[in-house]
Design a protein around this ligand. Structure first.
Ligand code: COA
Ligand code: MG
Length: 307
């Protein structure tokens, strides 16, 4: 990966983010070979209460001892209402992660609390202020969804918003978070759209939730493609076998890149004629289409640099 968080002009590519239980050394080692852009060593739902304390130390040790080869090092901490969060940060900051995944965010106050705590830890361990990034799970509570715009804008550390349905489903008392055809019921569709809109408005990466049936490649590809078509820039994963599909889907295909380059060439000619809106392949094209083509070309270049 040629990109770095300390260079805002060269944002990190987050196509794939692999969750790994923080109390499982074998999986943490194994995750490094998966080809995931980001790794999320989990202290929350993948760790039973009896392992919470030892998992912190295992994650810190893994962060210090393993070779991540440029993959982003993220730790998912426990949510604030558990009382475990500050100790999660205290122990794992010693492992120098790139950032934290914050679950069950309810409001901008939750984000500000973590932001302030991290500023203190950064001072303590001698890291640049603001360099530890945040990936926020802001659709896991009803409050989080209703506050999502302010949540997204609460801290300059926030790099991405991820949406997820399962904890929301619990909070709502919903009997199921999928219809029988696999599609999302309205309220979950709303949560997903809110994530996409809030992330786009705040200039953050919108990230799609994991696909849990890790034996169903076709289902994963369908869901990832649909998310990419909407504007999501990456998707979480729970199994290494899901990473190649996700990495492929969230980089524009060769056909898309060729089409984008052709449109940009036509735009250059049109601008030279003094036309900002012009006819291309029988339809009108102007600034949004041109910007979209530029983004496709830039994402393809970032994808090539990462692989
Ligand atoms: N990260 C790293 N390695 C993983 C992995 C993961 N998320 N999931 C599976 N593997 C490894 C296994 O350890 C196994 O390694 P081995 O062949 O050297 O023994 C290999 O990949 C094949 O795994 P498989 O047998 O297919 O699955 P499993 O039964 O071992 O594990 C899960 C299935 C669901 C328990 C596992 O994928 C997992 O823990 N996923 C992440 C869960 C999580 O973090 N959830 C919270 C976020 S939603
Ligand atoms: Mg959860």
């Amino acid at each position: 990966m040629a990109t770095s968080d300390s260079n805002p002009g060269s944002p990190r590519l987050r196509r794939s983010l692999l969750f790994v239980p923080g109390d499982d050394r074998h999986k943490m080692e194994k995750s490094l070979r998966a080809g995931s852009d980001s790794l999320i060593f989990d202290l929350e739902d993948a760790v039973v209460p009896a392992h919470k304390v030892k998992a912190r130390e295992m994650v810190r040790d893994a962060l210090l001892s393993l070779d991540f080869k440029g993959a982003e090092k993220l730790v998912r901490i426990n949510p604030l209402e558990t009382g475990l969060t500050l100790d999660d940060l205290t122990v794992t900051m010693a492992g120098h992660p790139n950032g934290y995944v914050v679950p069950k965010v309810r409001s901008e106050d939750d984000v500000r609390f973590i932001d302030r705590a991290l500023a203190n830890f950064e001072a303590l361990v001698g890291r640049e202020q603001g360099s530890v990034r945040l990936v926020l799970l802001a659709t896991e509570t009803p409050e989080g969804i209703l506050n999502i715009r302010r949540v997204a804008q609460a801290s300059l550390r926030s790099a991405a918003l991820m949406w997820a349905s399962e904890d929301l489903s619990n909070a709502l008392g919903s009997r199921r978070s999928r219809k029988s055809d696999g599609s999302l019921p309205d309220v979950f569709q709303f949560a997903r759209s809110a994530c996409l809109l809030a992330a786009a408005a705040a200039g953050m990466d919108p990230l799609d939730m994991p696909y849990f049936d890790f034996h169903d490649d076709a289902g994963l590809e369908r869901e990832a493609q649909e998310a990419a078509d909407l504007g999501f820039t990456g998707k979480a994963a729970i199994h290494p076998a899901q990473i190649p599909t996700i990495n492929r889907v969230f980089v524009p295909s060769e056909d898309e890149v060729a089409e984008a380059n052709a449109l940009l060439a036509a735009a250059t000619e049109a601008f030279a004629r003094g036309q900002a809106a012009f006819v291309y392949k029988g339809a009108m094209v102007d600034a949004p289409h041109i910007n979209r083509a530029r983004k496709i070309v830039a994402r393809a270049a970032a994808g090539r640099a990462a692989s």
